[in-house]
Ligand binder design. Structure first.
Ligand SMILES: NC(=O)c1ccc[n+]([C@@H]2O[C@H](COP(=O)([O-])OP(=O)(O)OC[C@H]3O[C@@H](n4cnc5c(N)ncnc54)[C@H](OP(=O)(O)O)[C@@H]3O)[C@@H](O)[C@H]2O)c1
Length: 329
């Protein structure tokens, strides 16, 4: 079968190759899935560059999520999903190939109403958005949640979640062009750091109180200003490293008002959950996707044979929506 493979870590455009690789049958408790589509997420690109939190061994195939149809399998769980369209939650050898074999519990049936494009992005961003706001921070209605990289796919989900659950979002972007669009989406306020002072806008919007909750995926200056925006008892989750720059934190900022900064990583959060919590989470995601809250836009899609164009497109600044890999027919 065809697969995208990298033999060493480096720039995705240079190191990814389409190759023939051996196929294998599903073992006990596993399913074999015919892949339909898989998005290119920032985590996939980080992994190919050798900068992800946990690197697989080489040669490796990227692709943490995607959608496909279960064609064979063995065991009770496998029989329950046989022939069904599933979200493929891959934590090991990736999804950018024609057939994927993985534990049956990592193949989650998706609602029929979802398109393949939506189903391909069923897990990583929707689960992170829900886990961070509903489970970890438990943002109550009326509270301010500041988020950086607010124009990202996950940031847009957060804005719609705020509207849905009644919390206020203070959205930080790096380009003025995104302001009106994110306001129309339901953001309570949008601050473009290329022409406004974030600390000033935070003071103005929160009447000097600061925000109770913050999410940072950028780090560097923007992430450091997000720490400074926290009010008394405020809590910030760090979940991305988009700028590649460290956070600078004045210890007094955290000490006075007893504020906290915590890391969030979906794969570790998932490992700590009970199967029942995960079942509920999948149900919630399905419901909120059907309601248009946890949906992703697709900017472009490419076949596996155009992987280098696809990863170049996925890394472009200002891109709107996910780049998808179309797999098989
Ligand atoms: N920790 C976890 O478990 C977890 C789970 C899911 C996602 N994430 C992280 O969440 C983030 C968003 O993911 P996504 O799939 O929603 O991304 P996405 O749709 O690909 O969007 C990327 C966004 O990042 C912005 N960006 C890139 N570099 C930036 C910089 N230096 N400063 C400010 N903004 C920058 C882009 O802004 P422009 O539009 O201006 O180019 C764009 O809005 C990523 O960092 C991803 O790794 C983490």
């Amino acid at each position: 079968m065809k697969a995208i493979v990298c033999d060493h870590w480096g720039e995705p455009e240079e190191v990814l190759q389409l190759r023939d690789v051996p196929d294998r049958a599903a073992g006990r408790g596993e399913v074999r899935v015919r892949m339909i589509a898989s998005p290119i997420n920032p985590a996939d690109l980080l992994m190919v560059r050798g900068q992800y939190g946990r690197q697989p061994s080489l040669p490796a195939t990227p692709g943490f999520e995607g959608v496909g149809v279960v064609e064979s399998g063995s065991g009770l769980l496998a029989r329950r999903v046989m022939g069904r369209r599933v979200a493929v939650l891959n934590s090991g050898d990736g999804n950018w190939k024609e057939y994927v074999v993985l534990p049956a519990r990592q193949a989650v049936p998706v609602p029929n109403e979802l398109t393949d494009e939506q189903a391909a992005t069923f897990f990583v961003n929707p689960a992170s958005a829900l886990a961070m706001t509903r489970y970890v921070l438990q943002v109550p209605p009326g509270a301010w949640l500041l988020q950086t990289a607010a124009g990202s796919t996950l940031g847009r989900m957060m804005i719609r979640l705020g509207k849905h659950h009644g919390f206020r979002t203070l959205n930080v972007v790096r380009r003025r062009e995104q302001v009106d669009e994110l306001m129309r989406l339901g953001g309570t306020a949008v601050v473009a750091t290329n022409e406004e002072s974030l600390p000033e806008r935070v003071r103005e919007l929160t009447e000097g109180e600061g925000v109770s909750f913050a999410l940072d995926a950028v780090g560097g200056d923007t992430g450091s200003q997000a720490v400074g925006a926290l009010g008394r008892g405020g809590k910030m989750l760090v979940y991305g490293t988009l700028s590649g720059e460290p956070l600078r934190v004045d210890p007094r900022t955290l000490m006075v008002g007893q504020k906290r900064i915590e890391g969030f990583w979906l794969s570790e959060w998932v490992r700590a959950q009970k199967p029942w919590t995960m079942l509920l989470l999948f149900r919630r995601i399905g419901k909120l996707m059907r309601a248009g809250v946890l949906v992703s836009d697709t900017s472009k899609s490419f076949p596996l044979s155009e992987i280098r164009t696809a990863v170049r497109e996925a890394a472009l600044p200002g891109r709107q929506g996910k780049v998808l890999l179309r797999i098989g027919d």
